[in-house]
Unconditional design. Structure first.
Length: 466
């Protein structure tokens, strides 16, 4: 049952699923060749007990789940290493070797994940690597698990969806510097860990800071229904372009009754517009491919797993999980357009959309938290964030002394050049009172600046910004 704020914290099924199949938690710290720490999952050891006042209870709960690390058995012949990076690395055992799915962000974390697997399952050679889509947390560590020489010699296949290289380069080379910088702010990788710092990013804890690599695919998947057998492992693919990534695919293992959903069905509501600047996702298209996956594979599956979070077991649970995910994206798309066509703006729509009970009763608390969150707009630099819902925008934090002053009659794009705003900022920096009098001796009085086109300074205190 939902608690007082509408979130079903009494449901422990996710905790049981996140712990299921644990073989070895492994080492929480990964270092590069120079001995520098590039991943430290142990820094999240504070995630125990009830959520503190400084963290949303939903984020606290999600982070305690995502921070679980180690080697897990998903089903016979399928394993995952979780908690070694932002994403998961999955390992499929074949007749003679292994197929690796999504080798994390960094070569160092990928190598550590593979070493943990081999510690318990033997030194099986990698015969193939599958990249589910074109984001760096799903291919960056590839040279930590296979070599370019082995690929060139034909000993290892690199399998990826059509368009993978083009989109990987567009995001990580053409716009790589800017997007990497913005991702650092988006995921909070440099924040000190703790209830007043880095708690988690929902999809994963944060990003590793090691070496990112790329090897060109040797096998390209182009068509839904395309089949491939590697080292005795049969796979049936489903194309899903324009969903979480512009080049993405799902695939089914008929002999294992297992379905990999890449990053299109995770235990949260995935963002559609990222702060780091990835291509905008289309929730209508996303919902379509989830429907297709349900129709093609769900009824024949005993487990579904993804490149983030924990698996879901049982055919009925799988159908329900994928259906709720599908309905979330479809509902978000449909209701946004409905309200947009009625004349509401984006910020107003963000305040108005609510999950219907049929979805919210089954949704992970993180979903409700995301749906209730504010729309934010990045201006110029990553740390300049303006919160724009008209009715309730404001800054409230126990460690910040902030004064929130509404501004009437000006759009957010005009805020930086509005005289009322610049005067208020200057007053704050100069430590002046709102009427221009000094707070400390030696500070020069600042004359009011009337807004452009006005006869004089505004007398309405509400027409200011803090």
């Amino acid at each position: 049952m939902p608690d007082a704020i509408g979130l079903p914290f009494g449901d422990t099924a996710d905790f049981e699923a996140a712990d299921r199949g644990l073989i070895d938690a492994g080492d929480p710290v990964v270092r590069n060749e120079a001995g520098q720490v590039i991943w430290d999952n142990g820094s999240y050891g504070f995630l125990t007990g009830e959520a503190p006042d400084t963290v949303h209870p939903s984020l606290w709960r999600q982070s305690t789940l995502v921070a679980r690390q180690g080697l897990f058995e998903v089903t016979d012949g399928i394993y995952q290493v979780r908690g070694y990076d932002l994403s998961n690395m999955s390992v499929i055992e074949g007749d003679t070797g292994i197929i690796i799915i999504d080798p994390l962000i960094s070569t160092e974390t990928a190598a550590a994940a593979l070493a943990l697997y081999r510690k318990h399952r033997g030194d099986r050679p990698a015969v193939a690597v599958i990249h589910t889509h074109s984001h760096a947390d799903h291919f960056g560590g590839v040279k930590g698990v296979v070599s370019q020489a082995d690929v060139d010699a034909g000993r290892v296949q690199i399998i990826a969806p059509e368009g993978f290289v083009e989109h990987a380069i567009a995001e990580n080379v053409y716009a790589g510097t800017a997007m990497a910088r913005r991702a650092g702010y988006m995921y909070g990788a440099a924040l000190p860990r703790g209830p007043k710092g880095g708690v988690g990013a929902g999809l994963g804890q944060t990003t590793s800071t090691g070496t990112v690599t790329l090897i060109d695919p040797t096998v390209t998947i182009t068509t839904t229904g395309q089949e491939l057998t590697v080292d005795g492992v049969r796979m049936v693919f489903q194309m899903a372009p324009g969903t979480e990534a512009p080049a993405e695919m799902h695939f089914y293992f008929p002999d294992r009754r297992a379905l990999c959903m890449a990053e299109n069905a995770t235990h949260n509501l995935h963002n559609l517009l990222t702060l780091r600047g990835a291509l905008v996702r289309d929730p209508h298209v996303w919902a379509h491919y989830l429907t297709e996956a349900i129709e093609l594979f769900a009824g024949q599956s005993d487990v579904v797993f993804a490149s983030h979070h924990w698996p879901t077991w049982g055919t009925g649970n799988i159908i329900e999980f994928l259906s709720v995910q599908r309905d979330l994206y479809a509902y978000l798309h449909d209701q946004t357009l409905r309200l947009l066509n009625q004349g509401y703006t984006g910020p107003e729509i963000a305040e108005m959309i609510e999950l219907p009970p049929a979805i919210s009763v089954h949704a992970n608390p993180a979903v409700t938290a995301v749906m209730a969150s504010r729309i934010i707009v990045l201006i110029a630099v990553p740390w300049t964030v303006i919160i724009v819902p008209r009715a309730s925008a404001g800054i409230r934090h126990p460690d910040l002394d902030a004064t929130n002053v509404p501004v009437r009659g000006v759009g957010h794009m005009s805020l930086p050049i509005d005289g009322r705003v610049t005067r208020e900022i200057a007053s704050a920096l100069a430590q002046l009172e709102s009427d221009g009098t000094t707070v400390h001796r030696g500070v020069t009085h600042l004359e009011p600046t009337p807004p452009r086109g006005a006869a004089g300074p505004s007398r309405d205190r509400r027409a200011s910004a803090g």
